[in-house]
Write a protein that binds this ligand. Structure first.
Ligand SMILES: [Zn+2]
Length: 223
């Protein structure tokens, strides 16, 4: 019996397996991602290659989660619990390969001031010089990325962006399913604890209105 059938029978012991099912591993999905498609009775599950070496009991939980999504049903099983616990620990298991002195210093300040040093250091990187995506947190990579537009910003601005992303990490980690709630009222309330939030946001607005760095504008003239 294959894993999909096993997952299905553990969910619905009395039913017959109704699908022509296949399980594929590929590299096109991002870290620890997966998806499911159903055409007629043809069921395809795609898992990122990283899943291949993960314990079958955890994979069964993942497959059950995908099956329930297709069936628009809610259920909890021991395997789904295992899967959720695994997901929750991904940031701890993720190797820390990227950091940067400026971002690291910001992380340390914010972690000390707002989280009693309880947050494990994430990967830290500068993103592109974006004025629309200022910063982001990728749970699967445990990575905070900050737009290069803030490379010369004041500490309070950088720390504010760091605080926002660490709130995301903190919330996801605390939640049992590793699910994200994004900007809930609870999140906004926590965000308002940042000192002089209004002024800091004004400063951010000024930074993103500035044209992109002179180097990229005139670089071709100089070189
Ligand atoms: Zn956010």
């Amino acid at each position: 019996m294959n894993l999909i059938q096993e997952a299905y029978f553990r969910l619905f012991p009395d039913r017959e397996f109704p699908y022509d099912a296949e399980l594929n591993y590929n590299l096109r999905l991002s870290d620890f991602n997966s998806n499911v498609r159903l055409y007629g009775n043809k069921l395809s599950l795609n898992l990122n290659l990283q899943w291949k070496d993960i314990d079958d009991e955890i994979k069964i939980g993942l497959i059950q989660t995908l099956l329930l999504k297709i069936l628009k049903q809610k259920k909890n099983t021991p395997n789904i619990e295992l899967y959720h616990n695994f997901i929750k620990n991904i940031p701890i298991l993720t190797p820390k390969t990227e950091t940067d002195n400026v971002l690291e210093a910001s992380f340390q300040r914010v972690n000390r001031q707002f989280f009693s040093n309880q947050i494990e250091p994430p990967n830290l990187t500068w993103g592109t010089d974006s004025r629309t995506k200022l910063a982001s947190y990728n749970f699967h990579r445990d990575m905070i990325s900050v737009s290069a537009a803030f490379k010369t910003a004041s500490e309070r601005v950088l720390d504010y962006l760091m605080y926002h992303e660490l709130l995301h990490k903190w919330q996801k980690f605390r939640h049992k399913n590793g699910r994200s709630f994004y900007h809930t009222s609870e999140f906004r309330e926590a965000e308002r604890e940042y000192p002089q939030q209004k002024e800091v946001e004004e400063e951010i607005k000024r930074i993103i209105k500035r044209p992109a760095s002179k180097k990229s504008l005139f670089g071709w003239l100089i070189n």
